[in-house]
Design a protein around this ligand. Structure first.
Ligand SMILES: [Fe+2]
Length: 446
């Protein structure tokens, strides 16, 4: 039994409006993130891990021009001469500040011009008839791309030094009441990935059956408070909790706590978008790399979940056997279901989103923090490139670990139960945390 995605129920006019809304929403966020700082901050590099903000801005326009203006629309290029500058595969992030990039005013003018043409193309498109535009796919891909760069730009803001320039209300308080530490996910087959979600990217496809043995999963992401126990127990000084590769990295990078933390007497402070504050114990830990997550899990007598385990916990409905779009069902996330979309500039305390829980009672799988899984990034069985190999295929292999669920910095258009993110296991500037799992013992299943 397959469900119909809300997009598939829209007539062409409504679909066009929906697409335009997503593009406008993305641009409002891009404007907020780039207008918040002065010209100097836009063009300079805040970390070798990141592009200058003004590169992200024009790159967003460049991709929109390539796919919507030229490819879908068959229109004349706005600026063909800059394609190469904004090709993410030509220049490493560290090298981008040295390029002859468009300045802030030029970049803003460029993305505006491209957007005008793209909206023209949208108005003329039937949004059906070939795969690139069916259900508005290419437009949805571009809205997702811009929102993904908005999350990257938010990470650049976190790396920037200086007084705070971004402000947002705090997330809701915990309201779920006492929660069990872990939830049993029964063994059996479930449907992983999707063949029906209209804006799903190639790496989420196709839907396929996966057998997942029974396992236990943490009810919530691991909190700062729990992570502090690992630090206090000398976790960073004990090679036995770390993989060989992880320990080598811990030593080389001199890791001793999550990124942006520092000791303050007997306690800990963290810096969050320019605000220095005590580390809140009930919030999911964020800015830890894969190796730290793995070491914590081993210290706790547990392990990280596989990607399939994570998705089964997030999507499988034991009552119907069907996989849902989200833990709570098929409806899009709202502010009461998940901490997404930069609505709050921090993860919410655990237990803050009881309405976002899965049928089996797993909380905060969507939003708050990306969750490291133990799985390397590969194509699913039956994978086929669409629309271009550089979206995901070139990253397949053993170098990247899959992250799931999205963070407070992720927009809902780029977040769903099937969405896959990936990064190097040493990365900490992303909004990533984790939860742990363990195998179920036979006597626990009787
Ligand atoms: Fe990009």
């Amino acid at each position: 039994m397959t469900s119909t995605h809300p997009i598939q129920q829209l007539d062409t006019e409504r679909l066009r409006q929906h697409v335009a809304d997503q593009l406008v929403r993305a641009r409002e966020r891009t404007a907020l993130l780039t207008d918040a700082v002065d010209e100097h901050d836009l063009v300079r590099q805040h970390s070798r891990l990141m592009s200058p903000l003004v590169w992200d801005l024009a790159h967003v326009g460049s991709q929109e021009e390539l796919w919507l203006v030229r490819d879908v629309g068959g229109r004349e290029p706005v600026r063909q001469d800059i394609d190469e500058l904004y090709d993410a595969f030509r220049h490493a992030r560290a090298d981008r500040p040295a390029l002859p990039l468009l300045g802030p005013a030029e970049a803003r003018g460029y993305v505006r011009q491209v957007r005008d043409k793209a909206l023209d193309v949208l108005a003329a498109s039937a949004l059906s008839g070939h795969r690139l535009v069916d259900h508005g796919f290419a437009f949805g891909m571009i809205a997702q791309h811009e929102q993904q760069h908005d999350e990257t730009m938010l990470a650049t803001h976190q790396l920037r030094s200086g007084p705070p320039v971004l402000h947002a209300p705090d997330p809701p308080a915990a309201s779920a009441g006492p929660l069990p530490a872990e939830v049993l996910i029964p063994g059996g087959v479930f449907t992983m990935g999707t063949s029906t979600e209209p804006w799903a990217l190639d790496n989420e496809r196709p839907a396929h059956q996966v057998h997942v043995p029974a396992f236990f999963l943490d009810t919530t992401p691991v909190t700062n408070g729990r992570y502090l126990e690992f630090i206090d127990a000398g976790g960073y000084a004990e090679p036995r909790w770390w993989s060989q590769e992880g320990w080598a990295h811990r030593q080389r990078a001199d890791l001793s706590a999550p990124r942006f933390w520092r000791r303050d007497g007997s306690g800990w402070l963290r810096t969050r978008f320019g605000v220095v504050e005590p580390v809140p114990p009930d919030e999911p830990v964020v800015h830890v790399c894969y190796h730290e997550a793995e070491a914590y899990a081993r210290w706790a007598g547990r392990r990280l979940p596989t990607e399939a385990e994570w998705e089964k916990a997030a999507r499988h409905d034991p009552a119907t056997g069907r996989s849902r779009r989200y833990p709570w069902g098929d409806t899009d996330p709202g502010p009461d279901r998940a901490n997404l979309g930069q609505r709050h500039l921090r993860p919410a305390p655990v237990g803050a989103y009881p309405r976002g829980a899965s049928p089996l009672g797993v909380h905060q799988l969507i939003g708050d923090v990306w969750e490291w899984t133990s799985t390397d990034f590969h194509g699913y069985p039956g994978f086929s490139v669409f629309p271009y190999p550089e979206y995901s295929q070139v990253f397949f292999g053993g170098e990247y670990k899959v992250l799931r669920g999205g963070s407070f910095g992720t927009d809902q258009v780029a977040c769903r139960g099937t969405f896959r993110n990936w990064d190097f296991p040493i990365r900490r500037q992303i909004f990533a945390g984790f939860r742990t799992a363990r195998d179920a013992r036979p006597e626990e299943l009787a």
